[in-house]
Design a protein around this ligand. Structure first.
Ligand code: TRP
Length: 459
């Protein structure tokens, strides 16, 4: 973000343009959640039914909360903890919850970020030009179960994230997103076209789009809601913080619609790139976290210039993952800098090191520690994932909706959104959703997640 000095009071960075904000917020939203997590979650949660629930939650919960979060940020001009506090003193804990959440997401996000770097290196050496599903599965399995390699690459991913955050070069990263994001989308569309035209792809398309209602259970519902929060980066204060850098006269409605739309578009194209190929090439849809890594190289191998596509793809995935991981680290760092007056560089380094240690078990649980169950049937990796998506982000979303709907008040928020004569004709619908639909819906789902945790502890 470029720096403009505001002149009055504490000086604060601001986006020089609305596009800078959109790029950073979209950069946070579009990441491994869309490219890696969405397709495999569709696979493990029964296909089209999960996608349908995802869309229902996106419209009823995701969009309203995105607007709510950005509005708090713009109104208070403060990052999450301070923003909540300045509206209602004892609500600062919601921001604090986000800091904890960012910490745990990054702990396992960096595991997958490391996989991406490894695959990039492998593609550069030509070692991924393989069609055979079994062999690709073995390569992935061999890599993630090697303790040293997966830990080393996880460290490299965190180190790159750290360097970007301490050097404050995220401004350059945002400028680069102007090229990288469209490039990613175009490349994904090309992969999707190849994938859906493979012989036998139709079954995958059906699996992806046609809901089988018998597949819906509480688990699928929880995961679909968790995926909405995770993919949109809402529920932990990232969007509040980013909104706080907006000038108070910018219209919020454009970005709060375009970010979720873009994010969902990327996830859907990633689904089309992955799932039809899963069925066409004989992979397992329920493969889990390895789905992207085993399936897409096989798709590349069936494309002309496949290895170049493969290299390009992993470069762009890495870029998307980094624009997300910096937003998570940034939330943790800015908490200690803004709230505790800590030194920016020192706290970035210390936090990253702690995240690395907390994250190591996530990497190890794919290999040497695969039998170690930390909660019920969950290993460390799954535990961090469920803890964040199904509990922490969901709680953050619940508090956000209660806060905006009831504590600050939907009418006050609407006044803020309408500042400068902005036309907000959907205001009554938004107010209804944020007050009466989002809190109870999220609450019910959250209760079920807690029930799961308790029964896992007791069992
Ligand atoms: N949304 C990102 C993705 O899809 C992940 C992410 C970045 C995130 N920042 C976040 C998720 C904050 C929740 C909260 O990959």
């Amino acid at each position: 973000m470029d720096i403009i000095e505001k002149g009055q009071g504490k000086q604060r960075d601001q986006w020089t343009s609305k596009i800078g904000f959109i790029l950073a917020a979209a950069g946070s939203a579009v990441g491994l959640g869309n490219l890696w997590k969405f397709p495999y979650s569709v696979g493990t949660n029964g296909g089209g039914a999960f996608v349908m629930l995802y869309f229902i939650f996106l419209v009823l919960i995701g969009f309203p909360l995105m607007l709510a979060a950005i509005t708090i940020g713009r109104k208070t001009q403060l990052s999450a903890v301070g923003a909540y506090r300045s509206i209602k003193k004892n609500w600062a804990f919601v921001g604090g919850l986000g800091v904890v959440c960012g910490f745990f997401i990054l702990a396992f996000y960096s595991t997958v970020g490391g996989w991406v770097i490894y695959y990039l290196v492998k593609a550069l050496s030509g070692g991924l030009a393989i069609k055979d599903p079994k062999l690709l599965g073995e390569i992935f399995g061999g890599f993630i179960s090697s303790p040293t390699a997966s830990i080393a690459y996880q460290g490299i991913f965190l180190l790159i994230t750290l360097l970007i955050v301490i050097r404050g070069i995220s401004g350059g990263i945002e400028k680069a997103s102007k090229i990288m994001m469209p490039a990613l989308l175009i490349l994904l569309i090309m992969i999707a076209i190849r994938s859906v035209t493979l012989p036998g792809a139709m079954k995958g398309i059906e699996f992806f789009l046609v809901p089988d209602f018998s597949k819906i259970d509480m688990n699928v519902i929880m995961n679909a809601l968790g995926q909405v929060f995770f993919s949109l980066s809402i529920g932990m204060g990232v969007m509040v913080t980013y909104g706080s850098y907006l000038d108070r006269n910018t219209n919020l409605l454009g970005p709060s619609n375009s970010i979720p739309l873009l994010d969902t578009a990327v996830a859907m194209v990633a689904g089309f790139a992955t799932l039809p190929a899963v069925f066409a090439l004989g992979f397992e849809a329920s493969e889990g976290p390895g789905l992207m890594f085993v399936t897409l190289p096989a798709v590349f191998a069936s494309m002309p210039l496949g290895n170049i596509f493969c290299i390009l793809f992993f470069i762009l995935v890495l870029f998307a993952a980094l624009t997300s991981s910096i937003s998570m680290l940034e939330v943790c760092v800015s908490y200690f800098v803004d709230e505790k007056g800590a030194d920016r560089i020192k706290s970035s380094i210390i936090i990253s090191i702690i995240i690395y240690f907390v994250g190591l078990p996530a990497s190890l649980s794919m290999g040497p520690w695969s039998d170690l169950r930390i909660l019920g049937s969950l290993n460390f990796f799954d535990f961090y994932d469920k803890l964040t998506s199904n509990i922490l982000l969901t709680s953050g979303g619940l508090f956000l909706s209660i806060f905006v709907g009831w504590i600050w008040g939907a009418d006050n928020a609407i006044k803020e959104i309408r500042r400068g004569g902005v036309k907000f004709s959907l205001a009554p619908i938004w107010k209804f959703l944020i007050k009466f639909i989002v809190p109870p819906a999220v609450f019910i789902i959250l209760i079920n997640s807690f029930k799961d945790v308790i029964s896992a502890i007791l069992s």
